[in-house]
Ligand binder design. Structure first.
Ligand code: ADP
Ligand code: MG
Length: 296
C-alpha cells in the first residue's frame, strides 16, 4: 500500500535515497524508534518518556524525544521549557528541523508538539515529502527517537506508534486503564497502521511487583486468546510521591530525585530496553504471518 510505505519511510527515517528500497535487510537502521503510548490519559506516559530520554542520554545514546502528546502536562511543561517553534513550523515549511529541535539541560533533544501533528495523517504529498526530508536529516545525529504519543486510539497516535520499531504501552493497575491498554493493543495490531512488533507493557503506579505481574497477566491472557500475541511485561514503576513533586517543580524525576524508587525502576526499565533484542534483529522479530493475519 502506497500510504503504508510512505508512512514507514517517514517514520523509519528513510533507509536510503531514492531507489534504495530494501536497506532494512542489509543492516540495522541507524535510528531506533520507540513509541510510548497508552489507552487512557494520565497514566504517566509523559513522565515516563521524559525520564527514559534522560536515562538513555546518560547511557550515551543521542536521544530525540518527539512530543506527540498534545494533552496537558506535555513534555515542555515537564521540562519547564517554552519552545519558540514546533513541528507545525516544519510542516508549513517555515522552519528546518534544526530550528525546531530544542536542547534540554538533560542531554537529549526535544521536538516540541504542535497541533500540526494532528495533520500528519492527512498530509498532502508536498508536505509529507518536506517532513520526511527534514526528519531524515536527524538520522545522522541521533541514535534513538522516542515518541510520546497522544492518548487513545486516534488516527494520529496509531500513525506514530504503528510506524515505530517498538511500542511501549503504559498502564496502571486500575481496571479502566488496563482494559484501555488492551483496546489500544488490539487496534495497534490491526489495520493499515499495524505495529511492526508486539508492543510491550509497562505497568506504572504499582504497589508491588506482584501487582505489576497481575496487571500484565490480565492483559496477556486476553491478548493471547483473542489476538494471538502475548505482550511482554517490560517493566514496572512504583507509586511514588516524588513523581508528582517533580512534575510540580518542572524538573524531571531522574534529575531531581535520582535515588527515589520510581527513578530506580526507570533505570532498570531503560536498561532492559537498551539490552532487549531489537526488532531489527531476526531474533526479536515476531513471525510475520501473525501480523499478516491480524491485519488481513
Ligand atoms: N509512578 C507514579 N507515582 C505517582 N504519581 C505518578 C506516577 N506516574 C505518574 N504519576 C502522576 O500522574 C500524573 C500524570 O502523568 P503524565 O505523565 O502526565 O500522564 P500521561 O502522559 O499518561 O497523560 C503526573 O502528573 C504524576 O503526578
Ligand atoms: Mg502526557
Amino acid at each position: 500500500m502506497a500510504d503504508q510505505a510512505s508512512k514507514l519511510r517517514s517514520l523509519r527515517l528513510v533507509q536510503g535515497e531514492a531507489g534504495d528500497d530494501n536497506t532494512a535487510s542489509s543492516g540495522r537502521p541507524r535510528v531506533r524508534t520507540v513509541a510510548v503510548t497508552s489507552g487512557k490519559g494520565g497514566v504517566g506516559k509523559s513522565a515516563l518518556t521524559t525520564n527514559l530520554a534522560i536515562a538513555m542520554a546518560r547511557a550515551g545514546k543521542r536521544v530525540v524525544l518527539v512530543d506527540a502528546d498534545l494533552s496537558l502536562a506535555n513534555v515542555d511543561l515537564l521540562l519547564g521549557m517554552i519552545p519558540s517553534a514546533n513541528v507545525g513550523d516544519i510542516i508549513s515549511g517555515e522552519k528546518s528541523i534544526e530550528d525546531v529541535l530544542v536542547d534540554t539541560p538533560y542531554g537529549f533533544k526535544v521536538l516540541p508538539a504542535a497541533s500540526g501533528l494532528e495533520r500528519l495523517a492527512n498530509l498532502d504529498d508536498f508536505s509529507r515529502e518536506r517532513l520526511i526530508r527534514e526528519l531524515s536529516r536527524i538520522e545522522e545525529s541521533c541514535d534513538l527517537l522516542l515518541f510520546d504519543t497522544a492518548t487513545g486510539i486516534g488516527r494520529q497516535t496509531m500513525h506514530f506508534a504503528g510506524a515505530a520499531d517498538e511500542i511501549l504501552i503504559v498502564t496502571t493497575p486500575e481496571p479502566t486503564s488496563f482494559s484501555d491498554a488492551y483496546a489500544t493493543l488490539k487496534v495497534l495490531l490491526a489495520g493499515a497502521h499495524a505495529a511492526q512488533a508486539t508492543p510491550s507493557l509497562v505497568v506504572n503506579r504499582v504497589g508491588s511487583i506482584e501487582e505489576a505481574r497481575r496487571t500484565a497477566k490480565r492483559i496477556q491472557t486476553v491478548a493471547k486468546r483473542f489476538l494471538g500475541v502475548e505482550p511482554e511485561l517490560l517493566g514496572h514503576v512504583p507509586e511514588d510521591a516524588s513523581v508528582g513533586s517533580s512534575v510540580i517543580k518542572q524538573e524531571p524525576l531522574l534529575s531531581l530525585f535520582p535515588q527515589s524508587p520510581a527513578a530506580q525502576a526507570l533505570e532498570v526499565l531503560t536498561d532492559r530496553l537498551l539490552h532487549a533484542p531489537q526488532p531489527h534483529d531476526p531474533i526479536g522479530l515476531e513471525p510475520d504471518g501473525v501480523f499478516r493475519r491480524l491485519a488481513g
